[in-house]
Design a protein around this ligand. Structure first.
Ligand code: PEP
Ligand code: MG
Length: 430
């Protein structure tokens, strides 16, 4: 293992042990050298963890300060799926881990074999599976592995670690690069979601940044930044169908303001407009927001954080930040119900969409499209093929009535174990 200070000039592969790591820190790692990361602080829903998962880098967070006492050069076994780190593991443990790694590699290979076919449920409903991405290379790899398009281009990730915002031409080229990589497939560009654990240019210190000036709040308060980005996006919209999405919406006025800004730049209205629903107020008031948008994208990472008052980057409350909590599911249902009433499609763009256990639940709640991290596309498509939507709706009804995230998980596990049609059996375990 190595510490951050050992990385400069290092050529031998290692596991990095650190106090914490931000998204810029993950982005800067050479993954040919750093094979896995373990941190004392942090949590699985942080942007650093999301970025790590999207590039296939095992990252285990929230291990506590004792992690930093591990002596340099020690052998460590990192299980990114289980979220565990073992120091100086026995040979048997290493063999078990290697066997597990081989099994999941084979499963992934199997899923990838079918990944270019559409994801259709057992009762014939096609589910669109898009990819969350931040770069043309990643987008190209994802469509080669079956992604139906890009459901969320995280525009802020491409400019991590820079002291100034990129200009219109550079942004246009970046978006154009992704468009070229995916051909005529759908492309949704999310406007800058800076703030909280992704420091904003000129954002300044905030006492509680997760509840502060982030997402659409930040860009509306820094209009030139938003205008430059929308001009770059509108330029691409002159060349291909394109959707734009505003993050962290709380009020109808924010959407009206952002749309006014866009209308001035794109008077022909070539862009379809969506919002991420990740603030509980937006979910509860989805009926009021629906007439202002063409689609909803539910950001379950933030929706979970804000619903359960559990900072997504804080290891102390990581266990609370569970998107399976019935409170989060009820909000998701409010959004899909509003979407149905107003004819607006609803997709999920948060990490919950990558969880095969949660997938039947999301489809049962009325989600029609998923946008997931690149290396989850094939597995999610495969998981869709095992769902019967009729049963998934019954499972969702039961989950909405459950008392806790743990109870919802038990329902989902039972449903998965019993196969389609298992809702009654699932009820029995509560
Ligand atoms: C989310 O909040 O679920 C989301 C997709 O956006 P991000 O993780 O970038 O905040
Ligand atoms: Mg979010």
């Amino acid at each position: 293992m190595a510490r951050p200070s050992d990385l400069a000039g290092r050529t031998a592969p290692c596991v990095l042990l650190a106090g914490d790591i931000g998204p810029a820190g993950v982005d800067a790692l050479d993954t040919g050298i750093v094979l896995a990361v373990a941190t004392a602080a942090g949590a699985p829903l942080s942007h650093a963890a999301i970025l790590a998962r999207s590039i296939g880098l095992p990252l285990v967070t929230g291990l506590g300060a004792a992690l930093l006492d591990v002596p340099p050069g020690a052998l460590v076994l990192v299980d990114g799926d289980a979220g565990t780190v073992e120091v100086e593991p026995a040979a048997a443990a290493v063999n078990v881990a290697a066997a597990r790694q081989e099994t999941s590699r084979r499963r992934l290979e199997q899923a990838r074999g079918a990944a270019m076919s559409p994801a259709v449920t057992l009762d014939g409903h096609t589910v669109t599976v898009l990819v969350n991405t931040a770069s043309p290379e990643e987008a190209a790899a994802a469509v080669a592995q079956g992604a139906d398009g890009v459901g969320m281009l995280r525009t802020e990730f491409a400019f991590l670690g820079r002291s100034e915002a990129p200009g219109e031409a550079e942004q246009y080229e970046a978006y154009r690069g992704v468009a070229d990589a995916i051909g005529d497939r759908p492309l949704v560009i999310r406007t800058l979601d800076l703030g909280a654990d992704i420091p904003a240019w000129g954002g300044g210190w905030e006492p509680n940044p997760a509840l502060g000036n982030r997402g659409i709040r930040f860009t509306l308060a820094n209009r030139p930044l938003l205008e430059v980005q929308l001009r770059a996006i509108a330029r691409l919209a002159g060349e291909r169908p394109l959707q734009v999405m505003f993050p962290m919406v709380t009020t109808v006025d924010e959407v009206r303001d952002a749309r006014a800004c866009l209308d001035a730049i794109d008077p022909a209205g070539r862009l379809e407009v969506g919002i991420t629903v990740e603030v509980p107020a937006a979910a509860v008031c989805a009926d009021a927001l629906a007439p202002l948008v063409d689609f909803f994208a539910i950001g379950t990472n933030d929706l979970t954080q804000y619903t359960l008052a559990a900072d997504r980057a804080n290891s102390a409350v990581a266990a609370l930040a569970d998107g399976m909590h019935p409170a989060v599911l009820r909000l998701i249902r409010q959004v899909t119900a509003a979407g149905e009433r107003h004819g607006r499609p609803v997709e999920v763009v948060g990490e919950l969409g990558c969880d095969p256990l949660a997938l039947p639940l999301l489809l049962g709640l009325g989600v029609s499209t998923l946008s997931v991290r690149p290396n989850a596309v094939a597995a999610v498509k495969q998981a869709v093929r095992l769902v019967r939507l009729g049963d998934a709706r019954l499972l969702a009804d039961a989950a909405l009535d459950a008392e806790s995230a743990a109870a919802v998980r038990r329902l989902c596990v039972a449903a998965a174990a019993a196969g389609p049609g298992a809702r009654e059996a699932a009820r029995g375990v509560l």
